[in-house]
Design a protein around this ligand. Structure first.
Ligand code: ADP
Length: 165
């Protein structure tokens, strides 16, 4: 049987414990996981692509329990990227009903563009259901303990970045 490669796409600006939970659980189901950061020149991000790749790689290295995940970035259509890396599986996380409508549109669009691609949804661990990159950025910089929300290396980077700004 061929190796099953799954892609977890997103902005990861920055990666949170909610993302890590989805990555960790998916890595036990699929042979290989690619965390794929979308390069979208129209969007404004707090962290550069290079910083986001580094933050995810360091967070995963610190975990040690995972060794079948790699981090990449891509631009353009996700279905084209999937073809390039020989994957037909996308994994996304679902936090709340409010995520559902957008995710349904996204999946329908990808399915229209390439019928071979299957998208799998994983329910978030309830302790992370309120965690999003934007909410984390919102509470950063006020001295709050961020380590319940993001990996330690990300918390440090966030503090540093917000001091620079
Ligand atoms: P996007 O810009 O594509 O929404 P994100 O980086 O915000 O990218 O999220 C990537 C994926 O991770 C999405 O499927 C999103 O629903 C999921 N996700 C985000 N936060 C969490 C969380 N706390 N728990 C589980 N999944 C999450």
């Amino acid at each position: 049987m061929s190796r099953k490669v799954a892609i977890i796409p997103g902005s990861f600006d920055p990666i949170t414990n909610g993302h890590i939970d989805i990555i960790e659980r998916s890595s036990k189901i699929f042979d290989e996981i690619i965390v794929a950061i979308l390069i979208n020149p129209d969007k404004k991000y707090l962290f550069s692509i290079e910083e986001r790749v580094e933050m995810i790689e360091t967070a995963l290295k610190n975990l040690q329990s995972i060794n079948n995940v790699r981090v990449e970035s891509f631009s353009g259509l996700l279905v084209n990227y999937a073809k390039k890396v020989k994957s037909s599986v996308i994994v996304r996380g679902l936090r709340a009903v409010s995520d559902f409508e957008y995710e349904m549109q996204l999946t329908a669009m990808n399915k229209t563009l390439d019928d071979n691609i299957e998208t799998f949804y994983m329910m978030t661990n309830t302790k992370y259901s309120f965690v999003s990159s934007s909410i984390v950025k919102g509470v950063s910089g006020f001295g709050a303990d961020l380590t319940k929300l993001v990996p330690k290396n990300v918390a440090e980077k966030l503090e540093k970045k917000l001091k620079e700004e």
